[in-house]
Design a protein around this ligand. Structure first.
Ligand SMILES: Cc1cc2nc3c(=O)[nH]c(=O)nc-3n(C[C@H](O)[C@H](O)[C@H](O)COP(=O)(O)O)c2cc1C
Length: 193
């Protein structure tokens, strides 16, 4: 079946994160984001795509800081409250009943109960006619001890980090299931003897 080109998200599952920011006036904000990707392992930058009319984008421009929170699937109702287009003077932590978690090196708080927290500083904004690409540097990263192995790997079976698959009339939420195939990084390199 052919699909229109703009239906890319119908065939490409995306992670869902909550981006927390604060405005210059000190108002806390949280918004779900699917268009987010790390830029190449093992570098420490992350890229997100934003429509131009977003309080999140305004706050990042104003303060240069944001936190990428990885919500567990159990947080999906709070995620959808944060998706509403509240005006900038509304504290979205209060609206969604989210508990702020003090960050270590940036001013915006993280969200208590998340699977992981990436504290980020703005590196560069690439502005297009309709959207902006925001590159941030992850300056502090933590995984919730509840969902981490002793080595710091995420136990995603327990954590159920939220993902999304779009359909023509809405979003289906999901989380990853182990395919029972582990690949060591060394598998990618051809051995020449
Ligand atoms: C699951 C999900 C993913 C989203 N991903 C994005 C995204 O990647 N970029 C974007 O600009 N808006 C995205 N949105 C829409 C924003 O979250 C929504 O417009 C929100 O109200 C923006 O809040 P803000 O104005 O407080 O930043 C997404 C919404 C949902 C529900």
């Amino acid at each position: 079946m052919k699909l229109p080109p703009h239906s890319r998200e119908n065939v490409l599952p995306l992670p869902v994160v909550l981006i927390s920011t604060i405005s210059k006036a000190g108002i806390q904000n949280a918004a779900p984001w699917g268009n987010i990707t790390p830029i190449l392992r093992p570098l420490d930058e992350i890229l997100l795509a934003s429509w131009l009319r977003r309080d999140t984008l305004d706050n990042i421009r104003e303060t240069g800081e944001f936190v990428v929170n990885v919500p567990p699937a159990t947080m999906v109702e709070e995620v959808m409250i944060c998706a509403r287009n509240f005006p900038p003077e509304i504290d979205e932590f209060e609206e969604a009943g989210l508990t702020p978690r003090p960050s270590t090196v940036v001013a915006p708080p993280g969200i208590e109960g998340s699977v992981a927290w990436m504290e980020c500083r703005l590196v560069e904004e690439i502005t297009r006619e309709m959207y902006a690409l925001v590159i941030g540097s992850v300056v502090h990263l933590e995984v919730n001890d509840r969902y981490a192995t002793d080595g710091g790997d995420m136990d995603f079976g327990a954590a159920r980090p939220l993902c999304m698959v779009c359909s023509n009339d809405g979003i289906r939420f999901a989380y990853p299931v182990d395919a029972e195939r582990f690949a060591s990084y060394s598998e990618m390199f051809v051995r020449r003897s």
